[in-house]
Ligand binder design. Structure first.
Ligand SMILES: Nc1ncnc2c1ncn2[C@@H]1O[C@H](COP(=O)(O)OP(=O)(O)OP(=O)(O)O)[C@@H](O)[C@H]1O
Ligand SMILES: [Mg+2]
Length: 319
């Protein structure tokens, strides 16, 4: 991508590999014998609290692979905000650019898992959630990253950051779960690398076939469009190609696929920051997500770069 600003500005030292502004979440998981009918009293067998959310998990994945990552969305002073920031910090993501505003919060979910029927009911709370703030972080912070990661939490703030990034030749990588914001179309136009799940792609494009959805989501100034489809792998198209190609998912014994999509984004963004070509980025992202699926926990199960490289080498040897 070409820098659209004066050359001296484009030579700014890129100190952050991947900068994220969007969804961070606290998931409280309650394990019960079976999901109850209305008005019941139910004993909780075990409870766990996890840090999740699209931006948070993608940044942790990129950091685990060795990237310098930073989170610069808006959070508050409450316990949940502190929990998320501590988790990110502990997992190697720089949180010093996060905006702190009283009353703001991460997404918080209560997930009730019924052990007998393996049911999973999710109650999510978006009150106080901002994601990307309207005029935050400072333009210099955005300009100092190699890759900007955006989602649909805080659309006006995402648009501002994406504009700054594009003006300075910084690629914008996106994941979306909703297109309901009135300015969503404006944000979509600013995305260079659009990576979405098969469900979102189908909703947005009107077609369920991922290969056709890739074509429908393509736009002339995009650098890549990727549609992910869980254990079926992903379909992708890059600049200069006419049709979508498929990367099958790596065959693994999956135990927990929570966050695989977010991990895929983080690994892709890391690969992009390190200058890998599209096919290699897709393989790296697919391998990182597949390895994550073999371990429990959304963020705790993310593999290191050494483990991903070993896994890819084994896959080549087995071909
Ligand atoms: N069971 C699996 N085995 C191997 N790889 C998987 C598996 N599930 C997911 N993946 C890898 O992760 C990628 C992204 O997964 P998926 O399409 O499920 O994302 P998603 O729908 O955005 O999920 P989420 O956002 O809930 O994590 C897939 O394209 C694939 O490469
Ligand atoms: Mg997803």
């Amino acid at each position: 991508m070409v820098c659209r600003d004066a050359p001296e500005r484009c030579r700014l030292k890129r100190e952050i590999d991947v900068l994220g502004l969007g969804a961070v979440a606290v998931d409280d998981i309650l394990f019960v014998e079976s999901y109850p009918a209305a008005d019941a009293k139910m004993r909780v067998l075990r409870r766990e609290r996890h840090c999740g959310g699209l931006a948070a998990t993608a940044l942790v994945a990129a950091a685990r692979l060795g990237g310098r990552c930073a989170y610069a969305g808006a959070l508050g002073e409450d316990e949940l905000s502190k929990f998320v920031l501590d988790c990110l910090d502990h997992r190697g993501v720089d949180v010093s650019y996060a905006k702190r505003v009283r009353g703001r919060r991460p997404v918080s979910s209560c997930i009730v898992v019924g052990q007998d029927g393996r049911t999973r009911n999710i109650f999510f709370d978006l009150n106080g959630v901002v994601g990307a703030a309207a005029r935050w972080p400072a333009a210099t912070v955005v300009r100092s990253c190699r890759v900007l990661l955006v989602d649909n939490i805080g659309v006006p703030g995402m648009i501002r950051a994406a504009r700054i990034a594009r003006r300075h030749g910084i690629p914008v990588v996106a994941d979306f779960e909703s297109d309901q914001h009135p300015q969503f179309g404006e944000l979509l136009e600013l995305v260079d690398h659009l990576i979405v799940s098969r469900d979102f792609a189908a909703k947005r494009s009107g077609v369920s076939d991922p290969a056709i959805a890739v074509q429908k989501l393509w736009a002339t100034d995009r650098e890549a469009v990727v549609v992910t489809a869980g254990a079926s792998g992903c379909w992708y198209r890059g600049e200069g190609a006419a049709a979508a190609r498929r990367q099958p998912a790596f065959q693994v014994a999956a135990v927990d696929t929570t966050g695989c999509g977010d991990v895929f984004h983080g690994a892709y963004a890391f690969g992009l920051a390190r200058g890998l070509p599209l096919d290699e980025r897709i393989r790296l992202a697919s391998a990182t997500a597949a390895l994550k699926a073999t371990r429990p926990g959304g963020q705790a199960g993310i593999p290191s770069l050494a483990a991903v490289k070993r896994f890819l080498q084994q896959a080549i040897n087995a071909e």
